[in-house]
Ligand binder design. Structure first.
Ligand SMILES: Cc1ncc(COP(=O)(O)O)c(C=O)c1O
Length: 484
């Protein structure tokens, strides 16, 4: 008898039966199957073994054969990759928990992206539709970006802060005129994160030191590690790093790069005063180094104007990064790096090698939004909303959390930085709060080395402000349980 082909015929018929049966149903006994298919018991058992191998049924000795709960495809075996990949390239590399997308019922105070109502939604949609119908949907833009968009970023930088700050710099009493940044100094990037990665790769070599404020932006920490740089942390507990500590860090590490957020630092919210900025810039110059200035919150200046250091840097020491992701739309990934001299050409080369050029559709749409007469009015209204959100969250924290939890009221940006009571570990607090339906960002992710205490970051731009009260009450109850 040809067991092979008749067992396959039986298996095929049983597969059809199984599809119609709920899991756990018993298959008829072997004797019943031999009668139904007119086959011997060996052939029937061979067919059943095929179905067992396929995971469709299981045999329970003494009980019979049963339809199995449908299993998702069996887990693939990737263990070979462990040997193929070898050690991690960037020791301690991770993706910040700010990137989680929680379900709607969760109160998401963890993320960094402003809510829709803070964005110029209609202007963005109109601009994208128009760009899609224009030549920019088909053309390859110049590698460094559209000339008009580069000019817009240069002009913004030249006119940021006071005219005096933009036009002059004082050095030992002498007043020097600073050439305004030009469109040629600007490279368009697909977002601020990409800009940081390019700058770190272009200006550093694997193994080089980079000084960073601690705490600081997790994405910059991750990008520096990915570029193979060794992070040298300098503390930034108060408003600015101490120029003396910074000078020592330069001397000890021989670093030529210093990444910083002079205005509304993420996560602490602190800003350097103009005097502090001058002293820090002097240390950078004395050490023949670059200051990579991440002006991430330029559009979120609430009570204090932003005067980028790059606007008063004549010698090419400041490499300036500005992104439109959070103020135009997270879907319009456009940022710029402003740099001068050979540093600019190295950054432009890195950009081309990494991605050739940035989509012209996005560049055209971004330029239409920020170049429109309605843009300044939108920014004013958005800042007004952000002030209300910040003040409401600050008031709730003052009312419901222990005194001293809020480290400072930031004069711009999107975040509050909280210090947890002694003995409370941020990861545990964050996990318990998440179980109770509130997401916050654990402070540990914002330190390039060991955290100096239990901290968490709360973002006031994303979640619905009508749920701030509920969120802070949950945080207060969570803290209460951990302190007791
Ligand atoms: C301080 C800081 N720099 C850079 C970025 C990255 O900007 P983008 O969203 O444009 O990639 C972020 C994003 O959260 C940020 O917080």
């Amino acid at each position: 008898m040809n067991h092979g082909s008749s067992s396959e015929r039986i298996a095929a018929a049983l597969r059809d039966d199984i599809r119609a049966l709920p899991s756990g149903s018993a298959l008829p006994a072997t004797r019943a199957l031999t009668l139904r298919f007119g086959a011997g018991p060996v052939t029937v058992q061979q067919a059943v073994r095929t179905l067992v191998r396929e995971g469709l049924v299981e045999t329970r000795p003494g009980a019979g054969t049963f339809v199995r709960r449908p299993m998702a495809s069996p887990p693939a075996d990737y263990t070979w990759q462990t040997a193929a990949l070898g050690p991690l390239r960037a020791e301690g590399a991770f993706v910040g928990s700010t990137m989680q997308t929680p379900p709607v019922e969760v109160i998401g105070l963890h993320s960094g992206y402003p809510a829709d109502e803070l964005l110029p939604a209609r202007a963005v949609q109109t601009a994208l539709a128009r760009a899609a119908r224009s030549r920019s949907a088909l053309d390859r833009p110049p590698a460094s970006g559209l000339p008009e968009l580069r000019a817009w970023f240069a002009d913004e930088l030249a006119h940021s802060g006071t005219q005096r700050a933009a036009a002059e710099q004082s050095t030992g009493g002498a007043v020097l005129t600073v050439a305004a940044p030009s469109a040629g100094d600007v490279t368009i990037m697909p977002g601020g994160q990409s800009a940081l990665s390019s700058v770190f790769r272009a200006l550093g070599r694997p193994g080089d030191a980079i000084i960073m404020e601690s705490p600081g932006y997790w994405g910059a920490i991750a990008a520096a590690r990915q570029a193979g740089l060794v992070i040298v942390p300098v503390p930034r507990d108060g408003a600015a790093v101490d120029p003396v500590v910074l000078a020592e860090a330069f001397e000890r590490s021989r670093a030529r790069l210093f990444y910083a957020m002079p205005h509304f630092a993420n996560p602490t919210g602190g800003s350097w005063s103009p005097g502090e900025a001058d002293r820090i810039l002097a240390v950078v110059r004395e050490n023949g180094a670059f200051l990579i200035e991440d002006d991430w919150a330029h559009d979120f200046a609430l009570d204090l104007p932003v005067r980028p250091l790059a606007a008063r840097d004549a010698g090419g020491h400041v490499v300036y990064v500005r992104s439109l992701t959070k103020s135009v739309s997270p879907a319009v990934r456009i940022a710029a790096v402003v740099a001068r001299g050979p540093a600019r050409s190295r950054i432009q080369t890195d950009r081309v090698v990494d991605g050739l050029y940035v989509s012209g559709v996005l560049q055209t749409a971004a330029l239409e939004v920020v170049g429109a007469p309605s843009w300044p009015g939108h920014l004013r209204r958005m800042r007004e909303q952000l002030r209300l959100r910040r003040d409401s969250l600050v008031a709730l924290i003052d009312e419901l959390l222990p005194a001293g939890t809020l480290t400072a009221v930031p004069q711009g940006g999107l975040n509050l930085w909280l210090r947890l009571p002694a003995g409370v570990e941020a990861p545990e607090f964050v996990a318990r709060a998440a179980e109770a339906g509130v997401l916050v960002s654990p402070g540990d992710e914002w330190f390039p080395a060991e955290p100096t205490g239990g901290f968490v970051r709360l973002n006031y731009s994303g979640p619905d402000p009508s749920r701030f009260g509920e969120g802070v009450r949950i945080l207060a109850a969570t803290l209460d349980r951990l302190v007791r």
